[in-house]
Ligand binder design. Structure first.
Ligand SMILES: NC(=O)c1ccc[n+]([C@@H]2O[C@H](COP(=O)([O-])OP(=O)(O)OC[C@H]3O[C@@H](n4cnc5c(N)ncnc54)[C@H](OP(=O)(O)O)[C@@H]3O)[C@@H](O)[C@H]2O)c1
Length: 509
């Protein structure tokens, strides 16, 4: 692996990010998320020496496992899912000594958990600093939070924080109800609602690019921007998640959290400081400025789709209703396109087009700021035939980077103009693999930095925007039936109509 000394762009990046001695308690510690993301992230933090010397991880679930069985399971999982491979067995061995498991099927289990935490504090001097991580199905969140309170798992001294996985609620009402329960045990500044998109390097780079450079901000407004397109495209289908997805759909799974977060970062006003309060205040203001899509606007500004049988990269793919666990007459959307407005001074009159879907031809997450055309054209219509509008494209994944698309003269006699790209490529510029989002976010939570986590008023505003659309779809037969699109295509024709009505086109992501 390249080190900072090999690349001048990374010089001076020796970070003092090591948290205080602490214990992390993972509820759902034997589940898929823990195995694929959380424990590999912790192992990679250990590999980078970013964990404190006295640190422990206690996994819990209802089904019992011995410490040894737990370590064995996680050894396999980290070997399979860690971003750095092969596994460094020496680092693993010393990391695994910090892993423990306690089954919590009932009150006796929670009492056992408290005793284990107290013993670890005593043995390691972790001062009852505890990070609780809810990685169970959402239905278990409330009972677990109550159990943390009832069994006094917070400890007498030290800090306590709780990370709550998405989804935070199923709608506005349930999110508020969950919030109330969480607040009976934790103060708001102790609650870390995770949206792992915010931990991605390229998502954080949206803020760095906008607010550490002088050249972008002056043109980041209604005077220069024609419109903004945000795309989260997946090639995968519903996989083994039908049980969850049938009740969620793309609106709750992607739009309510990831897409609205990207929208907030790209459209927010400059915060007064890079801290949790200032950044999140500005994001909430943008969410409040979103114009509601309801009533007659629904069919004009929101499209929902569902994939049917097709081909992805030449391989046959089943339709959504043919997937295991999906109802044969399911109306769950696997695709959403929206046209929305941020009603504030900066963005008045500028549409934002958002789309997300499963079984699209390419995996791609990007934000494209499309600029207005030049006010006066010097060149002939023939010369301009190859010109496209200027676009600044922030590629979140894969091929992370930024491109600026502009017109250049084709090197032939006479004037011919063609659109070209000026490219920044993350990998080529920094020559190191970016940390996984979960590494960044777990480290931030251990250090008490909530900037990249979602505050309760932000979640509330996200649901306030999304709820009326979902309700509108549910209440009207005609608006509610998802438009069909073949797997391997870019979504239903209705989504093309949504943008083409305005004389614009979806970018080829
Ligand atoms: N998997 C991902 O990539 C991913 C990504 C983003 C968000 N999430 C979120 O993360 C959470 C966990 O997802 P997952 O995919 O890891 O689920 P999972 O594979 O089904 O694992 C769930 C874990 O929770 C435990 N559990 C289940 N019911 C419980 C209960 N009532 N009380 C205590 N523990 C319970 C399970 O063990 P026992 O059955 O033995 O109790 C298991 O350890 C979900 O909220 C999901 O939306 C997951």
């Amino acid at each position: 692996m390249a080190t900072s000394t090999l690349n001048p762009l990374r010089e001076g990046l020796r970070l003092s990010r090591i948290p205080e001695p602490s214990t992390i308690v993972i509820f759902g510690g034997s589940g898929d998320l823990a195995q694929r993301k959380l424990i590999p992230a912790l192992y990679n933090l250990a590999l980078q020496r970013l964990l404190p010397a006295t640190f422990s991880v206690v996994g819990t679930a209802r089904k019992p496992l011995s410490h040894e069985e737990y370590r064995e399971e996680l050894h396999k999982a980290v070997g399979q899912y860690s971003r750095t491979r092969p596994l460094n067995e020496e680092v693993w061995r010393s990391f695994a000594e910090h892993l423990h498991f306690v089954a919590t099927p009932d009150d006796a289990g929670y009492e056992e958990l408290r005793r284990t935490l107290d013993q670890l504090d005593f043995a390691l001097g972790t001062h009852a600093n505890r990070l609780f991580y809810l990685a169970t199905p959402p239905s278990a969140y409330e009972p677990i939070v109550k159990a943390i309170g009832e069994h006094r798992l917070r400890g007498e001294t030290g800090w306590a924080r709780i990370v709550v996985e998405k989804p935070f609620g199923h709608d506005r009402e349930s999110a508020l109800a969950l919030n109330e329960v969480v607040h009976t045990v934790f103060r708001e500044d102790e609650v870390f609602r995770i949206d792992h998109y915010l931990g991605k390097e390229t998502v954080q780079n949206i803020l760095v690019m906008r607010f550490s450079n002088g050249i972008f901000e002056p043109i980041w407004n209604r005077q220069y921007v024609d419109h903004v397109q945000i795309t989260v495209a997946e090639t995968i289908g519903v996989e083994e998640r039908a049980g969850y997805y049938e009740h969620a759909g793309a609106m709750r799974d992607i739009v309510q959290n990831h897409l609205l977060q990207l929208l907030a970062l790209v459209s927010m006003e400059p915060p007064a400081a890079f801290d949790d309060k200032a950044v999140r205040d500005e994001k909430v203001k943008v969410m409040r400025a979103l114009r509601q899509i309801a009533g007659d606007d629904l069919s004009m500004n929101a499209v929902r789709g569902q994939y049917t049988r097709g081909f992805i990269e030449g391989v046959p793919a089943p339709g959504y209703r043919e997937e295991p666990g999906v109802a044969p007459d399911s109306r769950t959307e696997t695709y959403v396109a929206l046209k929305l407005w941020v009603d504030n001074w900066r963005w008045e009159g500028i549409p934002f087009y958002l789309r997300t879907g499963k079984r699209l031809p390419k995996q791609s997450t990007e934000i494209a700021i499309q600029f207005r055309v030049a006010p006066h054209q010097l060149f002939s219509r023939e010369a301009l035939a190859g010109l496209e509008p200027n676009a600044l494209v922030l590629r979140i994944q894969p091929d992370e980077g930024i491109s600026l698309r502009f017109g250049a003269k084709v090197p032939v006699q006479g004037i011919r103009i063609r659109a070209v790209n000026m490219d920044f490529d993350y990998g080529a510029s920094f020559m190191v693999d970016a940390p996984d989002a979960y590494e960044t976010l777990i480290l931030d939570a251990l250090r008490g930095d909530a900037t990249l986590f979602t505050r309760h008023d932000e979640v509330d505003q996200q649901w306030a925007f999304v709820d009326p659309i979902i309700k509108g779809w549910a209440s009207s037969e005609a608006a509610g039936a998802p438009a069909l699109y073949g797997a391997g295509t870019w979504g239903p024709t209705e989504a093309d109509d949504l943008i083409e009505r305005d004389g614009r086109k979806w970018r080829k992501a």
